[in-house]
Design a protein around this ligand. Structure first.
Ligand code: PEP
Ligand code: MG
Length: 541
C-alpha cells in the first residue's frame, strides 16, 4: 500500500539537514543460494574462497579510494576484518568438514559476529561484517551486488539499512536516506551525518513508501512527511557560541590510541570515558602489566588536555573479551558483566588499576578511574577501597543501573564522582534490550523517565558533595547536553565527532537559561514533547 499524501512516518532523525526528494526503494538483491555441503575437492573450494575474498578486498580498496575521508577509514577497517587470518582458518576448518566455500565463510562470519555482537557500537559493525560475508558468497555464486542509483535528480533512498559498500555508491543526487531498521549509530547514520545527507533511521512505517513518492526527510522532527513542502521541515537550531567556555566541560569518549589522537584535535577538555575493554576484544591471552602500562601510557599522553577518566574493564554481555573465558549466560545483560567480574577476575582488575597508576605517573596526566555496572553502595565502596589502595587517582563509578541511580545521594565519602552511562541506564530503566532495533523508541534519550532520573542523579550527587557527569550517547546530542547542564550535571563526554557541536551548544547560552529550559522539559510526559520543548525553548534564547 502506498503512503498517503501528508502522512507522517516516525523514526529517529540523524543530523540537522532536511531535504525533499523522490523516493527510490532499494530492494534486497537476489537471494543468495542456501548453504550446501561441497561437491568439489577441498583445494577447489579453498581456491574459490581465496579468490572471492581477494575480489571483495579489491572492491573495498576501490570504494575507499573513491570515497575518501571517514568512508576510506571504514573500508580499511572492513578489509582488515575480511582478511583476518583467524577468520580464514575457521572457514578452512569448515571446508575440511565438507562445506562449500560459500557456506564455510558464511558460518565463520556468523561465529565471529556472535563474538562481536552487543553494544550498539559493535552491533552496527556486525551488520557490516555480515554484509562482507554476503558479498563474498555473492561473488562465489556469480551474483552482482551493486546498486544502481541515478546520478542526477533529487533522490531519497529507502531501504532496510545500507552497508558501507552501499553508501559508497551514493551519487551526488542522493539528498536523503530513510531506513526501516538501523539505529542512530548505524553505518548509514554515520555516513549521512558526515556528508550532511538528510536521514531518518529506524522508521518501520517507511515500508509503505514506493519509488516515485515525493517526501520530506525531516530529521530534526524525527519524521518523514509524504509531501514536497520543504517549509514543513522542523526548524533546526544553529548554535552560535557567545561564551569562550562552555557551561560545563565537554570531554571526549575514546577506546583506542587513534581515538585519543583524534580527540586531541577537537576542543575536548580531557576524556570522559576511556573504554579499556575495547583494547582487548580479540585478546586470547591476558595482557601483562607491562603491556598494559605501555598502551595506557601512550593513550594518556596522546589524549586531549584535561582529566582522563579511565574505566576498568566492562566485559561480559555485549562485550566479550576472549581471555576472560566467561561462560555463556541465559540473560547476559542481566548477568556477570562490568564490575561483577571482580568475583572471578579480581586479579585482572587489580592489574588494570596498577597499570593505570603506573601510566598515570609516567604520563604526568590527571587520571580518574571508575568501575562500570555498579548496583549497590557496597559495590561502590568495595571498588573505591581497592582503587584507593592502589593509586593516586580520583575514584568514581558509572551510574548505569536504576538501583544505584536511586542512591547517588548516599555515595558521599565513598566515591569522588559518578558518570552516568545513559545507554545502559535506559536499557535497565525501561527493561528494553539496547541491542533490539525495534525498541528504539524506549531507548530514546528524550524519554521523560530518563530525564527525571538524570535530574535526581544530579541533585543526589550535589547533596553528597560528589561530581556528576554523563558519558552515554545522549551527551552527544547538543540540545540534550544543554538540558543536562540545566539539570545540574557537571560535565558531558561526547563521541569525538560531536564534540564541536556540543561545545558550541553549551557556549551559546547562560546557566540560568539552561536551567529554565531543563525545568520546562521536566514538565513533559512524552519523548516527543520533551525534545520539541527543548528545541523551542532553546530557539527562544
Ligand atoms: C553507557 O552505558 O552509557 C556507557 C557509556 O557504557 P557502554 O556504552 O560502554 O556500555
Ligand atoms: Mg554501559
Amino acid at each position: 500500500m502506498a503512503a498517503a499524501k501528508g502522512a507522517i512516518l516516525k523514526g529517529l532523525g540523524v543530523g540537522l539537514v532536511s531535504a525533499v526528494g523522490d523516493v527510490l526503494v532499494i530492494k534486497q538483491t537476489q537471494p543468495l543460494p542456501a548453504w550446501t555441503k561441497s561437491t568439489k575437492t577441498k583445494e577447489q573450494e579453498l581456491t574459490e574462497l581465496r579468490s572471492a575474498i581477494d575480489f571483495v578486498s579489491g572492491t573495498l580498496d576501490e570504494l575507499g579510494a573513491k570515497a575518501g575521508g571517514t568512508s576510506a577509514e571504514i573500508f580499511e577497517a572492513l578489509k582488515m576484518l575480511l582478511e583476518d587470518e583467524e577468520l580464514f582458518d575457521v572457514a578452512t576448518a569448515n571446508i575440511e568438514d565438507g562445506w562449500s566455500a560459500a557456506a564455510a565463510i558464511g558460518k565463520a562470519v556468523d561465529e565471529f559476529s556472535e563474538l562481536l555482537g552487543g553494544d550498539p557500537t559493535f552491533e552496527e559493525r556486525v551488520a557490516d561484517f555480515q554484509d562482507l560475508s554476503k558479498r563474498v558468497q555473492a561473488r562465489i555464486a556469480g551474483i552482482e551486488m551493486s546498486l544502481s542509483i541515478p546520478a542526477t535528480g533529487r533522490i531519497v533512498l529507502v531501504g532496510e539499512d545500507f552497508s558501507p559498500a552501499d553508501t559508497a555508491q551514493f551519487t551526488d543526487a542522493v539528498v536523503g536516506v530513510i531506513t526501516y531498521k538501523g539505529g542512530p549509530t548505524s553505518h548509514t547514520a554515520i555516513i549521512c551525518r558526515s556528508k550532511s545527507i538528510a536521514a531518518v533511521v529506524s522508521c518501520p512505517e517507511a515500508t509503505a513508501l514506493e519509488s516515485g513518492d515525493r517526501v520530506l526527510v525531516d530529521p530534526v522532527g524525527d519524521r518523514v512527511v509524504v509531501s514536497d513542502d520543504q517549509s514543513l521541515a522542523t526548524k533546526s537550531i544553529d548554535f552560535v557560541a557567545i561564551n569562550e567556555e562552555p557551561l560545563i566541560p565537554v570531554r571526549a569518549n575514546i577506546g583506542s590510541l587513534e581515538d585519543a589522537k583524534a580527540a586531541s584535535q577537537t576542543r575536548a577538555n580531557g576524556v570522559g570515558l576511556f573504554r579499556t575493554e575495547l583494547l582487548y576484544l580479540s585478546a586470547k591471552t591476558e595482557p601483562t602489566i607491562e603491556e598494559q602500562v605501555a598502551s595506557y601510557t601512550e593513550i594518556l599522553k596522546s589524549a586531549p588536555k584535561g582529566p582522563i577518566v579511565v574505566r576498568t574493564i566492562d566485559a561480559g554481555s555485549d562485550k566479550p573479551v576472549p581471555f576472560l573465558n566467561m561462560p555463556a549466560e541465559e540473560n547476559p545483560s542481566l548477568g556477570v558483566r562490568g564490575y561483577r567480574l571482580i568475583a572471578d577476575h579480581r586479579g585482572f582488575i587489580e592489574s588494570q588499576l596498577k597499570a593505570i597508576e603506573q601510566a598515570r605517573a609516567a604520563s604526568g596526566r590527571e587520571v580518574w578511574v571508575m568501575a562500570p555496572m555498579i548496583a549497590t553502595a557496597e559495590e561502590a565502596r568495595d571498588f573505591s577501597d581497592l582503587a584507593r589502595s592502589i593509586g593516586k587517582y580520583k575514584v568514581g563509578i558509572m551510574v548505569e543501573t536504576p538501583s544505584i541511580a536511586l542512591i547517588v545521594d548516599q555515595l558521599g565519602g565513598i566515591v569522588d564522582f559518578v558518570s552516568v552511562g545513559t545507554n545502559d541506564l535506559s536499557q535497565y530503566l525501561f527493561a528494553a534490550d539496547r541491542m533490539n532495533p525495534s525498541l528504539g523508541a524506549l531507548l530514546n534519550h528524550w524519554q521523560p523517565a530518563l530525564i527525571k532520573s538524570l535530574a535526581r542523579i544530579a541533585s543526589g550527587a550535589s547533596s553528597a558533595g560528589i561530581t556528576s557527569g554523563v558519558c552515554g550517547e545522549s551527551a552527544s546530542d547538543p540540545a540534550f547536553a544543554v538540558v543536562l547542564a540545566g539539570l545540574g550535571i557537571e560535565s558531558v563526554s561526547a563521541s569525538k565527532s560531536q564534540v564541536t557541536e556540543v561545545h558550541n551548544a553549551l557556549s551559546s547560552l547562560s546557566l540560568s537559561d539552561a536551567k529554565e529550559i531543563a525545568n520546562e522539559v521536566l514538565k513533559q510526559t512524552t519523548a516527543e514533547a520533551a525534545k520539541a520543548t527543548a528545541l523551542s525553548e532553546i530557539a527562544k534564547r
